[in-house]
Design a protein around this ligand. Structure first.
Ligand code: NZQ
Ligand code: ZN
Length: 395
């Protein structure tokens, strides 16, 4: 096991009616004027936004709004939020929504006190030293941004989707999580969220670091729980306990605990970010296509942990033929993804003629000549994985 630092100071307030505590929580974390950030309107339609505003009023917190954040959020809304926040002297960011809304709010929070261009943070030109405090009201279990120190934004000019990871300044102070607000999620978004949280565990699980028994078992156990609860949620969208378990799993998957002591991978995420930047697909659905392809490549190049994943998560009987075990695990994973309505090929994702040359070029421009850690992927390797995802190689 490697040395590690794990610091996850977010206050999670979980359960029914917890959104009514939002105002008191903003006050607790010294906010006096909040910029509420939200998406395309689901929180207006459900009445959640009004409840949150009422709770702020009751706590004496002033508030203004920035709505209209789209999935795969882009930089213009961040610039708009920075300008608005400065002009209105806000001291707190309150995203009400999912990863796209939260990530936009995080970028605004870091951008307001910074004299330069916020995009500097995403291209590694500067590291955020300070940010306005952020509190989250979560509406979709998926990206795990409510407990992560990350923000992912796409620059429209050049279609660069890049992530920033600075937990010291970007981790939310609190996250309000009421599973009931997730009842209105369309099946596609529920399943994409499930896939994304599974991927967050897997990016950490597939490691060459040895003797990480506790971390491995945390990952395997959470994956098994997600598989079980996801099957219920897809059939019974109003099942409170299944929604609650899935919601909490989304946070556990990405707040860092599942990667303690391990060198993490993240190649599948970087490969997917190129797909969602170029084709604007749902992030989790993109991962449903990329991760099985990545695993298939790994079954040939570093089978050990893939076979362990097959045995322990998918109950494949053990055998001396590790590759056969691994491939059976991947087949069961794909069958599960289909069962919950996810695509497993680029074609099923709606991309008939992917520009693999461009995907490979962007990936390595953005992330360097070698991507990931479980196996370091060069251009040839990443091309092969995109081709497996495209079904254009009999790998
Ligand atoms: O915009 P509205 O109308 O609110 O609708 C949203 C949106 O269309 C809808 N939705 C959310 N909650 C709902 C709801 N509809 C009905 N009822 C509800 N309760 O769902 C759609 C998707 O929302 P989005 O915020 O895009 O979802 P998600 O949480 O999956 O976020 C995806 C973004 O997060 C990034 C992804 O790349 C993508 O850009 N990620 C962020 C990470 C992080 N910050 O740590 C890590 C992840 O790996 C990921 O890369
Ligand atoms: Zn993700």
């Amino acid at each position: 096991m490697n040395n590690f630092m794990f610091y996850s100071p977010t206050e999670f307030v979980f359960g029914k009616d917890t959104e009514l505590q939002t105002g008191a929580l903003v006050k607790k974390f010294h906010g006096t004027k909040a910029l509420i950030v939200y998406g395309g309107g689901s929180v207006v339609k459900s009445g959640l936004l009004n409840k949150v505003k009422q709770s702020l009023d009751e706590a004496g917190i002033a508030h203004i709004e920035l709505g209209g954040i789209q999935p795969n959020p882009t930089d213009p809304k961040v610039y708009e939020g920075i300008e608005l926040g400065r002009r209105e002297n806000v001291d707190f960011l309150l995203p009400v929504g999912g990863g796209s809304v939260i990530d936009t709010a995080k970028a605004i929070a870091a951008g307001i006190p910074y004299e330069g261009d916020f995009w500097d943070f995403f291209i590694g030109k500067a590291i955020p030293q300070a940010a306005l405090r952020i509190g989250v009201v979560l509406t979709i279990p998926a990206a795990g941004s409510e407990g992560s120190g990350n923000s992912v934004i796409t620059k429209v000019n050049g279609l660069k989707k890049l992530s920033l990871r600075t937990p010291e300044v970007l981790r939310p102070a609190f996250a309000v999580m009421n599973p009931e607000v997730t009842y209105t999620l369309p099946a596609w978004q529920t399943a994409s969220g499930v896939t994304d949280m599974m991927a967050h565990i897997m990016e950490r699980y597939f490691t060459n670091t040895t003797d990480t028994e506790v971390t491995d078992r945390l990952g395997e156990g959470t994956l098994k729980a997600i598989i079980k609860e996801a099957r219920i949620v897809m059939k019974e969208p109003h099942n409170y306990d299944a929604r609650a378990n899935i919601m909490w799993a989304g946070t556990i998957a990405h707040n860092g605990i599942c990667g303690t002591g391990c060198e993490e991978d993240w190649a599948s995420h970087f490969m997917e970010h190129e797909i969602s930047a170029l084709y604007d697909v749902t992030h989790g659905a993109g991962l449903a296509v990329i991760f099985p392809a990545w695993l298939t490549y790994m079954a040939d190049h570093n089978v050990g942990k893939v076979a362990q994943f097959a045995e322990r998560v998918w109950d494949v009987p053990s055998s001396a033929d590790l590759k056969a075990v691994a491939l059976e695990g991947i087949a069961r994973f794909k069958a599960f993804l289909h069962e919950i309505g996810m695509p497993v090929t680029l074609k099923e994702l709606g991309i008939e003629h992917p520009d693999i040359d461009l995907l490979v070029a962007h990936l390595h421009e953005n992330k360097g000549e070698l991507v990931g850690n479980y196996v370091r992927l060069d251009r040839q390797a990443s091309r092969t994985i995109y081709e497996i995802a495209n079904g254009s190689t009999n790998f």
